[in-house]
Design a protein. Structure first.
Length: 268
């Protein structure tokens, strides 16, 4: 056992001489025994405003009270601050920093973009329906495509496929007992419907409800009709260019804010 361990063990035993008592005895007399042991130990304590209560003759060395690795922690913090500052500077120097994305004319949705949120929400009223679209950038899809195309020599042919896709959750609400929800993937070529479910308004997360067959297993004519149903409400592939640019801009804004928040935390 090291000298440091012996010192700490000796200190604990002198401060609390009854800690070796059996659990049953401690439960029976715990409060009074523990209080009396502390009172007994306190008579042998040398109080110091700088070091606290330490028994006479058992003063710990200064190097043990203040470990040397504290200085390495400080240097690590400073290094992190420098890296964060560098990232913030790069974000500010980006070609797209501060650029505003123009909303297309006749864009049918109201855009709800709250700082700090990962998603953007689109809302509109259509023929008595309340339509809400949750928009998320799917960067995982981009990474998967980059890995699959890593060994491909034709970079130009894969350039568009490496763009991140967009995930949409479309909720159509008629103010009745049920909601219609579509989960879609949007890319430069098409709007792909992954699933379509009818949910209860008062229990939208009901896992026991029948969800219907897989969308890809539906009759082809039914699939086409559902695509046209969404298109009539403004959910179509032509949204991709604007939403793609908008979500990339949002990601840059959120990343910069995230860096600044981290810098503020580390600096405290």
């Amino acid at each position: 056992m090291s000298a440091v361990s012996l010192l700490r063990r000796s200190l604990r035993l002198r401060l609390h001489p009854h800690l070796h008592l059996s659990p049953a005895l401690f439960r029976r007399h715990g409060r009074s025994l523990f209080t009396s042991s502390l009172l007994a130990a306190s008579s042998d304590l040398s109080l110091s405003p700088s070091h606290g209560a330490i028994p006479r003759g058992l003063r710990l060395p200064h190097s043990l009270l203040f470990p040397r690795f504290a200085s390495s922690n400080v240097s690590g913090d400073e290094n992190l601050k420098r890296v964060i500052d560098s990232e913030i500077q790069c974000a500010h120097e980006s070609e797209t920093h501060g650029r505003e994305v123009d909303v297309p004319e006749n864009f049918p949705f109201e855009i709800i973009d709250s700082p700090g949120d990962q998603a953007v929400f689109l809302k509109r009223d259509f023929a008595g329906e309340n339509i809400q679209v949750t928009v998320l950038m799917n960067f995982d899809e981009q990474n998967d495509m980059e890995e699959n195309d890593e060994d491909d020599e034709d970079d130009e042919s894969n350039e568009s496929s490496m763009e991140p896709g967009i995930s949409l959750v479309v909720t159509i609400d008629k103010g009745e007992s049920s909601l219609l929800e579509f989960c879609c993937n949007l890319n430069a070529d098409e709007l792909e419907i992954e699933s379509m479910v009818i949910k209860k308004r008062d229990d939208p997360d009901d896992q026991g409800a029948y969800q219907g067959p897989e969308f890809s297993d539906l009759d082809e004519n039914l699939q086409k009709a559902l695509h046209k149903y969404l298109e009539a409400r403004g959910i179509k592939s032509s949204l991709f260019d604007f939403l793609h640019e908008y979500m990339l801009d949002k990601d840059e804004r959120e990343y910069l804010t995230w860096l600044k928040n981290m810098k503020e935390f580390v600096a405290k």
